[in-house]
Each structure stands twice: as C-alpha cells, then as structure tokens.
Ligand binder design. Structure first.
Ligand SMILES: [Fe+2]
Length: 306
C-alpha cells in the first residue's frame, strides 16, 4: 500500500508551552500561562487523532535546533532516552524524554535525499541528545509519545549561503520525504517546528508565566505574521514560499531554518486553505499552530513526490 501524508503542521516549539503544561517529564513547575497557544495544540490533537482513519502511524519533525553543517541528518536508532535541557531556558525546560523512532522511514528519507543530490547521514550514536525543538513540538502534538517519530536536522545552508539556497535544499528534502513516505506504506504527519516573527524580549518577568508581561514584540512583527497567515488561510502556499526570504530578513523569522519550506514541498505546495488553530506570542515572538489537512483536502495523494 502506498503511504500517505495525513497532515502538515506549523508546530512551534517555545519551551514555555511545555513548562506551562506541567507534564511529569519536565522538572520545573509552573502556574500555567500561554493558554491560547496550548488550547490551539489541543484543537490540533483533536483534528489529528479523533477520526480513526486519520490517525498517523508516524510523526516527522524538522527542527531548527538540530543544526548540521554538513548535510541532512535523521535519527537512526529505534529508541532514544535522556534529559534535554534548553540552553537559554534551563529553568523552564529540563525534560526527561523516552522516544521511539521509525528507523525504516528514516533510512528511506536518507536514501531518497541522496537521489535528490543531497548529502544525508543517519545518526546512530546511542548517546545522542534529541534537541528541545523536536521534543517540544512532538510533546505538544502527541503528549503520550505512543507514535514513533522521525527527526530531521536542519542543514545550515541558509546561514552559510543565502535564504534562497537554503529554500532550494529544503524543497529537495521535502520531495525526498514525500517519496520515502509513499514507499513506506505509512500514514504520516509532518511537523515544521518553527515560530514566525522572532524578535523577543531580553529580560524575563520575575514569574516567567506572568501573562501581564506577554505581548508581541512590536506592531511591525505582528503585521508580518498576519500577512503570512493570510496566505496560509487563503491556500496561497506558492506565494507564501516566494515571500519567505523577505519575511526571514524583516522579522528574523525562524522559518529561515527550513522546516516550513520542507513541509510545504512534501505536501506539493497545497492550494487548499490551511486551518489556523491558534496564534499568540511567547516572550514577544509570533507563534502560530497551523494545519494543512491533507487527509480531507487531498485524498488519495501520497504527497509531493515528483
Ligand atoms: Fe526555536
């Protein structure tokens, strides 16, 4: 049976959202906070998991915080366990993870990536520490961690070369991912682990979850985010891709690391409308949880394999 992409999701990873949720795996305790975004993830989970035919076999995540200078890496062992600490917010995120990996699909992505002319590598170090971006997006999408994941690194090309070169790499990686999913016979959800505008405050309130201190960094950042979301909601993903390099420069947008481009390429640049489950700020950065419901809108399609 041919595998299918069930959904693509813009799935931001502020560690604050994990901290605010107080899961037993995270050491710090909080009084809550950032409910709008956390309720958005709740709506996403409902949309992904309530329909029995839609439930995925595997969750793929592309994270900017597993940055690789040479090529595109995938996790290559069936199980990773350890403590992930956010280097900027160690007082908010000290997460004990225990995660299963779909190695078969990882290997197919590495193979198909090579067929696209990309350098790929399979991570087989048992002590490798999974980055907090991947863990946060996966936890917020599926807190039970009962579905295996495939984590993909973000190649450093947009930072070493240019936004455009980085986007080209990610479009190839997206096509390779779609073909690998089709070959796998599995039903996959893709998480682009990116926030949107990324200017942020540099001092923290005494209580990190004090919501009286939380708002977007400034109006210009808000306007950029709204312009991008408008294109998503209108199904203009090709136009969105064309605007991303400028968005990256003007709003320091985290999409620069490539996850959104990878995902939209794997979905073959959908022209149906995406669903915005939530938008909100975290230390001033813009974050949106957006779902492209491929299951409902592109039935029978394997994804973006050309
Ligand atoms: Fe980040």
């Amino acid at each position: 049976m041919t595998g299918k992409i069930i959904a693509g999701v813009l799935a931001p990873h502020p560690p604050h959202l994990v901290y605010a949720s107080n899961p037993e795996q995270n050491e710090p305790r909080s009084e809550g906070g950032w409910e709008t975004l956390r309720w958005g993830y709740e709506r996403l989970r409902k949309s992904l998991f309530e329909h029995p035919d839609k439930k995925p076999d595997v969750i793929l995540v592309h994270s900017p915080h597993w940055m690789t200078v040479l090529g595109h890496h995938v996790l290559g062992l069936p199980h990773f366990k350890g403590l992930s600490v956010d280097p900027i917010f160690p007082h908010l995120f000290r997460f004990n993870y225990d995660i299963k990996v779909d190695v078969d699909l990882s290997l197919l992505i590495a193979e198909e990536g090579k067929n696209e002319g990309l350098i790929t590598k399979v991570m087989t170090n048992p002590d490798f520490r999974i980055d907090y971006g991947a863990i946060t997006s996966c936890y917020l999408t599926n807190p039970d961690f009962d579905i295996p994941i495939v984590a993909i690194s973000s190649n450093n090309s947009p930072y070493y070369f240019s936004n455009e070169v980085g986007q080209q790499q990610m479009e190839k990686l997206g096509r390779a991912t779609a073909r690998a999913i089709a070959r796998s016979g599995k039903r996959a959800v893709l998480l682009a682990s990116n926030s949107m505008s990324h200017r942020h405050f540099t001092t923290e309130p005494e209580i990190p979850e004090d919501m009286s201190a939380e708002h977007i960094y400034h109006h210009g950042q808000y306007l950029w985010d709204m312009e991008m979301l408008k294109m998503m909601r209108e199904g203009k993903s090709r136009q969105l891709i064309d605007c991303l390099p400028e968005f990256m420069d003007m709003a320091l947008a985290e999409v620069k690391a490539g996850a959104l481009t990878w995902m939209l390429s794997a979905l073959d640049f959908p022209s149906y409308k995406a669903e915005v489950h939530a938008y909100g700020s975290v230390i001033g950065t813009g974050n949106a949880i957006v779902e492209w419901d491929h299951f409902t809108n592109a039935k029978g399609l394997a994804g973006g394999g050309k």
